[in-house]
Design a protein around this ligand. Structure first.
Ligand SMILES: [Zn+2]
Length: 276
């Protein structure tokens, strides 16, 4: 599923190609994809996209028309993609929404989702604020080290579960939680409150390093991830622990990588991620 790095890659392309553009048409093929605000969708025609941001794994479009501002929040769920028309050959069956921008370089943007777990919400300012407050924890890339320490230090549950909970940190999913914990040499079941200050600092650094490297590599294309222009991410080639059960640890430990079935499959090296 698209996690923080993949959604950041999508965000960067959307900003370049349709940021500032005016929405000419907003076609809805499956109305149940619009979870909230379906009756307001006509308003968006003729509005200008004045900002696009990311919250966790969701994208928020700010649309402006005649002094009014409304928002569109798009969740991609397990399999959702935003695709420019130029990259959408073979994807037509599961396109649920289409936006057109006649004056932009990329004149058509599709929202595609074969499994329909993704949702789109149309909100006014008050409701988008309530929604984001309720739904998303802090962003891992803008969180300070002190704030991170305070949160981890108070955690009695398993660290992997903490990282995956979108109300704590918004944006990390199973791929990056595994890669981050391995990089920091911390067992997925460790309780946050049992970690030393140095270990929490290592975890913070690993989180930043892994997420930023993944963004630079265009994200991870496990299954079907594509950026809006159709390019695949390359970071899956740098995964060292995710789905590597039975393979040797890249640090040269004399053991192989094991799998736990908790928190949607955890992969770990029993030597360099010892449980504390
Ligand atoms: Zn190891």
């Amino acid at each position: 599923m698209p996690e923080l790095p993949e959604v950041e890659v999508i965000l960067n392309q959307l900003r370049v190609h349709i940021g500032g553009s005016t929405i000419h048409e907003f076609h809805i093929r499956r109305s149940d994809i619009i979870q909230t605000g379906l009756s307001t969708h006509h308003w968006y025609r003729g509005s200008r996209i004045t900002d696009i941001t990311r919250k966790g794994k969701s994208l928020i479009f700010t649309c402006t028309k005649n002094q009014d501002i409304r928002y569109m929040v798009a969740e991609l769920g397990m399999t959702g993609l935003f695709l420019f028309h130029s990259a959408s050959a073979g994807y037509h069956k599961h396109i649920h929404l289409t936006f057109t921008f006649p004056s932009s370089h990329e004149s058509t943007l599709h929202y595609w989702n074969p499994r329909r777990f993704g949702r789109v919400y149309l909100f006014d300012a008050e409701h988008v604020h309530q929604f984001t407050q309720r739904r998303f924890g802090v962003d891992p890339l803008s969180l300070s080290q002190e704030n991170f320490y305070d949160r981890i230090h108070r955690t009695r549950g398993r660290l992997k579960a903490f990282l995956l909970n979108q109300h704590n940190l918004a944006g990390i999913g199973n791929i990056y939680a595994n890669e981050i914990l391995y990089d920091a040499r911390i067992h997925p079941h460790t309780q946050g409150c049992r970690l030393s200050k140095a270990a929490i600092a290592r975890l913070y650094d690993s989180m930043h390093t892994i997420l930023r490297k993944a963004i630079r590599s265009g994200g991870s294309s496990i299954r079907d991830f594509r950026a809006p222009d159709g390019t695949r991410g390359q970071y899956q080639k740098q995964h060292v622990i995710y789905q590597k059960t039975g393979r040797p640890c890249v640090r040269g430990c004399p053991t192989t990588i094991r799998r736990l079935v908790t928190e949607r499959r955890s992969f770990y090296c029993p030597m360099c991620q010892k449980r504390r």
